[in-house]
Design a protein around this ligand. Sequence first.
Ligand SMILES: CC(C)(COP(=O)(O)OP(=O)(O)OC[C@H]1O[C@@H](n2cnc3c(N)ncnc32)[C@H](O)[C@@H]1OP(=O)(O)O)[C@@H](O)C(=O)NCCC(=O)NCCS
Length: 95
Amino acid sequence: MLAGYIIFWILKNEAHIANVAIHPDFRKRGYGEYLLRWAIERFRKKGVATITLEVNEKNNAARNLYDKMGFKIVGKKAKYYENNDDALMLARFLE
Ligand SMILES: CC(C)(COP(=O)(O)OP(=O)(O)OC[C@H]1O[C@@H](n2cnc3c(N)ncnc32)[C@H](O)[C@@H]1OP(=O)(O)O)[C@@H](O)C(=O)NCCC(=O)NCCS
């Protein structure tokens, strides 16, 4: 059984997180945060300066998670999702 996954890519010194998801039975146990911390550590080692991602404006769980991990809102994409929900563009800059 797969409890969760994170999908990202690195292009030169930029990383983009395409998705992070935890199986409903395993949520609220710290696994999402663990995966994100693991990815950010990997980005640091690879010399990444900027991490970007999109999140549904209505997705409070994910927004809280990214806020906790130091991501800031840098833009908005109107009607980004198939159901016409808006996306927020988030970024975190690594030293
Ligand atoms: C978003 C998601 C990955 C969080 O995973 P998780 O393992 O449940 O999260 P964690 O237990 O590691 O929680 C870390 C932080 O996220 C936030 N958070 C997680 N679940 C939350 C919820 N239901 N409501 C509000 N905040 C929540 C909190 O800030 C939490 O920190 P805290 O425990 O100190 O309050 C999970 O809810 C999920 O898979 N959602 C569906 C997929 C999705 O929306 N992915 C994001 C795509 S951009």
